[in-house]
Design a binder for this molecule. Structure first.
Ligand code: WT7
Length: 637
């Protein structure tokens, strides 16, 4: 097990140590794991070329660190407690021993489909145990998993499959979330029409509803599992061999294939899990995220299982069948640490506090928040009604690219402050830079959040596009990793995340590029151009505001029918989560003489701001008044 900090002075001491001698610090943490061959060098890095390598020459398999390392002590202990969407259905528990057996079987299934080390496997599954099994089976044989969130459309899925060049797809007949059934097989079939690299489609039977069958590539998961045994030797991996790709949104339309490697990600996900949540052996940990996002990868699957924890995996939503669902699960499984998003908290606040107040939640010790800034009101409600004034809140700031939590309280160790992510974890060296690339020192400063030294969990590249990796993270502030977030460091030295500084928006904890939504809108034959910005939304944190200019169509004729068809188009191109909350039609968009859309003005408008700064460089300043009137009408609604 990784070393655990348990006092404030212990944190300060570890932090100092990790800065004074980072390689010594991370070498010590890595000693807790099982390496087939030890590394020869701890770190090589160059932030100008964006080349980062940890534990060079080390050989390992991450699943040996989950299974073989724990079996002797924890073979009989639950590894996963799976809770179905519908509480009437039975939950399922997998001990470490049982999970291991499933993982090895499925590893053999993959091998029987000619999947080899380095091949990519796309996984498009709902929150069912087979999702974790499939990921770990890939890791067992050295295949690179690319999990695609089951809410994505056929277009989005095929785009990700093709970018990764995946050989196999794993999906389900259908998914269940609350009162919704999701036709995964149907969507996957549509995606596969344009995915020439896929050789087999392995389908998990979740609901048993009839599905179309393609004899050439379709296989049932349960039938394939019957054909193999459960002896599967782990593939030896180098520390820097890829473990997974996970697509996320950036400021251009094309999703980024964030790539994580084996050794560093293992060390970092386990270290942050153990420390931030103060996990103790025997505790039950419940992260309510979806495994389709990085939070689920690191804190439902890898972090907890590497530390021999019991992790709860929940298929459903917080409000089905009633807004008590989370609280029922916490009491049913005696959860000790609970981790969710501000959006989930705000949606539960809106439904009334009696739901949480009806439960004592005595087992809870730590509650966490992730994905977006948590406003003070939500923080206090979470603290009082869920944490019952006794559990510390860990407001954890991090990103798909960081692999694990970066700035966060360590539960019960670092004093919290509402809406502050507080202090960097050991080994993390934040730096605040202004737009002129000058370092802002001391306290009470605000600027761009960068990190000046590597950490083991950081992404190593964007799949097939290292140039974009350099451009996106290492070029704005040369020599530093740029997070894309704004931050304030207050008089106590505490960090408060202010939100994205780029064209990325965070809607209900989902990260979306405004450009990808614009591209989807622009595909409509009547649309000539569009601009999308985020605006403050009471529940979702940010909502999506779209300004649309139509061809050959007076703005007054652009009505509900066109709006609906645009919304459908976005859902089809990306996902229903990317549908704009507000669409307004306008004759034109504010433009500079060089032809650029002045998004800054649109952003201010939707925030209800009326001071747009210098507009003298616009070619069409008269449009501002017209757009603003429409914006105000729509914001009032
Ligand atoms: C972006 C990363 C980290 C896993 C889930 C999201 C925002 C994340 C916080 C927080 C304020 C936060 C940032 C970041 N964000 N956590 N505690 N407080 N903002 O991962 O999809 O890669 O998004 O989420 O803006 O850059 P992601």
């Amino acid at each position: 097990m990784v070393p655990k900090i348990s006092t404030l002075s212990g944190y300060l001491h570890e932090y100092q140590k990790s800065i004074a001698n980072p390689t010594g610090f991370w070498e010590n943490i890595a000693e807790s794991f099982y390496w087939r061959k030890k590394w020869t060098d701890v770190l090589q890095w160059d932030f100008h070329k964006a080349e980062i390598k940890w534990y060079l020459g080390g050989k390992l398999n991450i699943t040996e660190n989950i299974f073989e390392r724990h079996l002797f002590l924890r073979g009989e202990q639950p590894a996963i407690i799976w809770e179905p969407s519908n509480p009437e259905e039975a939950s399922r528990t997998f001990t470490y021993e049982e999970l291991f057996s499933h993982v090895k079987r499925f590893a053999n299934v993959l091998r029987s489909h000619a999947v080899k080390k380095g091949d990519r496997v796309a996984i498009y599954l709902p929150m069912i145990p087979e999702l974790t099994i499939a990921m770990l089976a890939c890791a067992r044989i050295g295949a690179i998993h690319s999990v695609v969130f089951a809410g994505f459309s056929a277009n989005a899925l095929s785009e990700r499959i093709n970018d990764a060049g995946a050989k196999i797809l794993i999906t389900a007949d259908e998914g269940i979330r609350g009162d919704k059934i999701i036709n995964l097989k149907e969507t996957a079939d549509e995606a596969l029409e344009s995915c020439p690299t896929i050789k087999s489609n392995i389908i998990v039977k979740r609901t048993g509803s009839p599905i179309d069958w393609n004899n050439r590539i379709d296989y049932w998961y349960h039938e394939e599992m019957e054909k193999v045994n459960d002896e599967a030797i782990a593939q030896e991996m180098d520390s820097e061999d890829p473990l997974f790709i996970l697509y996320t949104s950036g400021s251009t339309g094309k999703p980024k294939g964030v790539m994580h490697t084996t050794g560093g990600y293992m060390v970092y996900s386990a270290y942050t899990f153990r420390n931030v949540f103060q996990y103790s052996s025997g505790d039950i940990f419940f992260c309510a995220a979806d495994i389709g996002w990085i939070t689920g990868h690191s804190y439902i699957v890898y972090g907890p299982l590497l530390e021999g924890a019991t992790t709860v995996m929940f298929e459903g939503t917080p409000t089905y069948p009633t807004p008590s669902r989370y609280w029922e699960i916490i009491e049913k499984h005696q959860v000790n640490e609970f981790y969710t998003s501000p959006t989930a908290i705000r949606s539960l606040i809106a439904l009334g506090q009696k739901w949480a107040d009806n439960f004592e939640l005595k087992s809870l010790r730590v509650i966490g928040s992730v994905g977006e800034p948590i406003n003070e009101e939500a923080w206090h409600w979470y603290h009082d009604h869920v944490g019952k004034n006794r559990c510390p809140i860990v407001d954890t700031w991090w990103q798909t690219e960081t692999g694990g939590i970066m700035i966060s309280p360590i539960a019960g160790v670092i004093p919290t402050k509402p809406s502050f992510a507080t202090l960097p974890l050991p080994g993390i060296q934040p730096i605040i830079l202004n737009n002129e690339n000058e370092k802002l020192c001391g306290k009470s400063v605000e600027g761009n959040l960068c990190i000046k030294f590597p950490w083991p969990g950081m992404a190593r590249t964007l799949w097939n596009d290292h140039e974009r990796f350099i451009q996106a993270y290492f070029s704005q502030f040369p020599g530093h990793y740029y997070t894309g977030d704004g931050v304030r460091r207050d008089e106590d030295g505490y960090y408060r995340i202010l939100g994205r500084m780029d064209d990325v928006i965070n809607v209900a904890g989902h990260r979306l590029g405004t450009a990808e939504i614009e591209n989807a809108l622009n595909e409509h034959p009547l649309v000539s151009e569009s601009a999308v910005v985020g605006y403050p939304h009471k529940i979702k944190g940010q909502g999506i505001f779209a300004f649309v200019v139509c061809n050959d169509l007076p703005a007054k004729d652009a009505g509900e029918e066109l709006k609906n068809s645009l919304l459908k188009g976005v859902a089809k191109r990306i996902s229903p989560i990317a549908k704009p909350d507000v669409i307004i039609f306008t004759r034109s968009l504010p433009r500079t003489r060089s032809g650029k859309i002045m998004r800054r003005i649109l952003r201010k408008m939707v925030e209800g701001n009326t001071d747009f700064g210098d507009v003298s460089t616009l070619t069409n300043p008269d449009i501002i008044q017209e757009i603003q009137t429409k914006v105000l009408e729509n914001l009032e609604k």
